[in-house]
Every structure is written in C-alpha cells, then in structure tokens.
Design a protein around this ligand. Structure first.
Ligand SMILES: Cc1cc2nc3c(=O)[nH]c(=O)nc-3n(C[C@H](O)[C@H](O)[C@H](O)COP(=O)(O)O)c2cc1C
Length: 434
C-alpha cells in the first residue's frame, strides 16, 4: 500500500514517473533519414514505397507476369521453410562474411540487376551502387540501367561491380557493351537467359508502363498525387538507357532487339571467349541446363525466374536448389533469387547450399522510400537479420549453415501456404489479390 491511501495494489501515478517513460523520437527534418530510421523491416519500406511513388511505378516493381503465380509461389515456398536450431554452440560472435565469385563479401547477398532505376528515384543506380559499396556487397548494373557503365564505375569505384547483359541479335552491339564493361573494370558479366521475349506484365499494360510509356488519364491523375516524384523526373536529366546511348531507333524497337529468342549454347560459348572475367548465367531453372552451363565455363549460375516477371507458373528457384546442387557437384557457384525479403530467407537458402542470394525488390523498396539511405538501411537490416538468425540457429559462420538446420515443406502444402501468407501479413505484406 502506498502513501496515496488507495486500497489494493493501485496507487496514484506520479507525473515524474510518467515523464520518465515518455521518450519522444527526436524530430528529424530530412524525410529520407526519418523514414530510414523508422523502418524495422523490408516490409516497412515496402509500405512507405507504396505511398511515395505513383501507383504505376510501384506496380512496375511489384508486379509479375500474367497471373503472378511465380512470385507468389516463391514467397509461399520461402515461408514454408522451417528452422531446426542447434543450441549450446557458443555463438558469442557470428561472422556474416563469405566468398562470392572468389572475393570477399560482407554479406552473402548481391544486389540484383534491375532496369530503369531512375524512374523509381532520381539518384537511380548511383544510389544503389553507393549503398552496395558501403555494405560491402556486389551490385549488378542492368543493361536497361539509367546510369551508364562508365558513370557507375567512375562515381563509385570501390563498389564490387557486375554488368548484366542481354545478348542482342546484333552480336556486334553485345560485344561493344562487353568491351565497355571490361574497360570500366567490371569484375563479372551476368548473362540473363530467361528473356527470349518480354514477359506479359499485365499491371504495366493496364497502367501504361509500356515501352514507350502511354499513360492513361487514371495513371496520370494518380501520378499528380506525388508532385515530388514529378518534380524529380522533370528537373533531372532525361531518362534513357544510359549504356545504350548510341541507339537510334524507338524504345520499342530497342526492346525487340534486346530480347533475342535465338540465343543458344553456342552464343554462351562465344561469350565465354569474349569475356576474361567471371561469367554468371542468370535465369536458370533446370538441373540439366545448370550442368551444361557449368560445362560451358560459367563461374556461377543464378537460379531465378526473374522475380516472377517472365514465365508465369515457373518452378520456385529455392525448390530447384537441392537438385541443381546435386547435379553440379560443386562445378560452379550457385546463387538463387526471387521473393527474398528478410535475413532469415537468406540464411535458409544458404543452409540449403546456395553460395549467395540476389535481392531485387527488397532494395528497390528502400530506394523508392528513402533513396540511397533507404537502400543502405535495407542492407543493414538484412545484415542484422542474417546475424540474428545465425546466432539463434547456432551457426558462427556461413560455413556452419548446413542443411540439417532447415526443412523445406513438401511441395504445395496447403497448410504451409496458408501459414506463410498469415506470417507475411504480420510483416506488413497484404495477401495478394490473384
Ligand atoms: C523492377 C525490376 C527490374 C528488373 N530488371 C531486370 C533487368 O534489367 N535484368 C535482369 O536480368 N533482371 C531484372 N530483374 C530481375 C532481378 O534481377 C531479379 O531476378 C529479381 O528481382 C529477384 O526477385 P526479387 O525482386 O523478388 O528479389 C528486374 C526485377 C525488378 C523487380
């Protein structure tokens, strides 16, 4: 009983005690800084991004091809993964460093190539490369990048730079790009092979995010609700595919030229001869292809369905991982991507045997929400989450992430699927309407 005279265990609160509990956050005027500090997960950045950019832009990032089942299933499968922690292993220090393509990386991730990045934020690829450099992870600049091969190299020489290539039907043009990447000191070429044609992305078609853009009235009006985005677009240099500045035709003709359905294994052999650096082949799904690509001299493959943006109903990359690893028997490195939004996702893939994970949308959410600071924070969050998951699993190093620590639910397990989406909505992800 206190001196307040009240009965039971209650007493009158003292104002001073209440004041002690109140810890208002310091006022941060810089919006990017404020949003970055507030985000506790990639999901938080996703929600901020949704509010910051016009709907057509957000949909361009978020969407997949046709029914969008490929990406939804990739997420479902990642959510069906269960960890089996080991205990009493002395995990007072964990090390998230690993080797990617024979060089050190501070985290077992790389930033995936994503086209047209300056549409999302005025600083585009430069912001992403700076953040990758700061985080000590590689960044793959896209052929469809809005900053050029040379610009990224010049502004951020310290970042581990890869260049993503589409093999053009005009091999001379491909050769030109390959030479430019070599001259600008890019360490790896990432050949994307899952784009014989462009996937049918219905959101983009409906929103007018086609090549060339044809914005309808609804899209235009929605855009007007984001004046800062328009201001940035109209007051910075015009959007172009910066590495393709010698192109004379329309953007639509360019896209038709970029995606060559005739590309085959002979072209891969040709490219291997042209490029002395590391060669990564991205967009592989089958163990047979993986084996042939390794035999053709690739240093790594990326198990990927292009984030669900190409073939609808693609098999989930993480499900293909064990079969591909078994078939390759260590002949080349294996990365995986598609739907990775947390450090735990990454740790699970590593435990299943991947050498690394490519993240795409995760860093783009940070970019749309808060520019370079947002991308940096996404990398920090993923790093913190990876370290936490490793500690809780009893793994002190990436080498100690072994398959016995993770279980993948049987394919199309309805219960796991249901649980997966429930967890996602808790992280700020709504159940997608399909
Ligand atoms: C907006 C956007 C643009 C992309 N542009 C390219 C590209 O130009 N070249 C490429 O090989 N992959 C591209 N991708 C695919 C990514 O490299 C990667 O495979 C995919 O995003 C991984 O899935 P996630 O976004 O769920 O992490 C793009 C993905 C997104 C979301």
């Amino acid at each position: 009983m206190g001196s307040t005279g009240l009965t039971g265990s209650r007493r009158m609160p003292r104002v001073s005690e209440f004041a002690d509990l109140l810890r208002p956050r310091p006022l941060v005027l810089d919006g990017d800084r404020r949003r970055s500090a507030r985000a506790a997960s990639v999901g938080d950045f996703r929600e901020m991004a949704r509010r910051r950019v016009p709907r057509a832009v957000f949909d361009y990032v978020e969407g997949g091809a046709e029914s969008e089942r490929s990406l939804a299933r990739a997420r479902e499968d990642l959510d069906s993964l269960d960890f089996v922690a080991r205990v009493l292993r002395g995990v007072s220090a964990v090390d998230t460093h690993t080797s990617i393509l024979g060089r050190p990386s501070a985290l077992p991730i790389a930033f995936a190539p994503t086209g047209f990045t300056r549409v999302l934020h005025r600083d585009g690829e430069l912001a992403v490369a700076r953040a990758a450099g700061a985080a000590g992870v590689p960044y793959a600049l896209s052929t469809m990048g809005t900053c050029s091969v040379e610009e990224v190299a010049e502004v951020i020489p310290g970042c581990r730079r890869w260049f993503q290539l589409y093999l053009w039907s005009d091999r001379g043009r491909s050769r030109e790009l390959v030479d430019r990447a070599a001259a600008a000191g890019y360490e790896a070429l990432v050949l994307t092979v899952d784009t014989p044609v462009a996937g049918r992305r219905l959101r983009d078609a409906r929103n007018g995010m086609t090549l060339p853009p044809s914005l309808g009235l609804r899209t235009f009006v929605d855009g007007a609700r984001h004046p800062h985005w328009w201001f940035d677009l109209l007051t910075t240099r015009p959007l172009t595919f910066a590495s393709l500045n010698s192109w004379q035709g329309t953007v639509a003709e360019l896209a038709a030229t970029l995606f060559d359905p005739g590309v085959n294994f002979e072209d891969l052999a040709w490219l291997r001869e042209q490029w002395a650096g590391k060669l990564v082949v991205k967009g592989v799904q089958s163990p047979e292809d993986a084996a042939r690509i390794a035999s053709a001299g690739a240093d790594a493959i990326v198990l990927s369905n292009h984030g669900g943006r190409q073939l609808d109903r693609s098999v989930t990359p993480i499900r293909q991982l064990p079969g591909v690893l078994g078939r390759l028997e260590g002949r080349c490195e294996v990365f995986v991507d598609g739907g990775f939004t947390s450090g735990a996702d990454v740790v699970a893939a590593l435990a299943l045997g991947a050498n690394g994970v490519l993240v795409g949308r995760a860093y783009l959410y940070g970019l749309m929400a808060a520019g370079e600071l947002g991308v940096r924070r996404v990398a920090d969050l993923l790093g913190e989450e990876i370290a936490t998951a490793m500690t809780l699993l009893g793994a002190r190093s990436i080498e100690e992430l072994t398959p016995d620590l993770v279980r993948l639910a049987p394919e199309h397990d309805a219960a796991a699927t249901h649980r997966g989406w429930a967890d996602l909505s808790g992280a700020g992800f709504p159940v997608p309407s399909r």
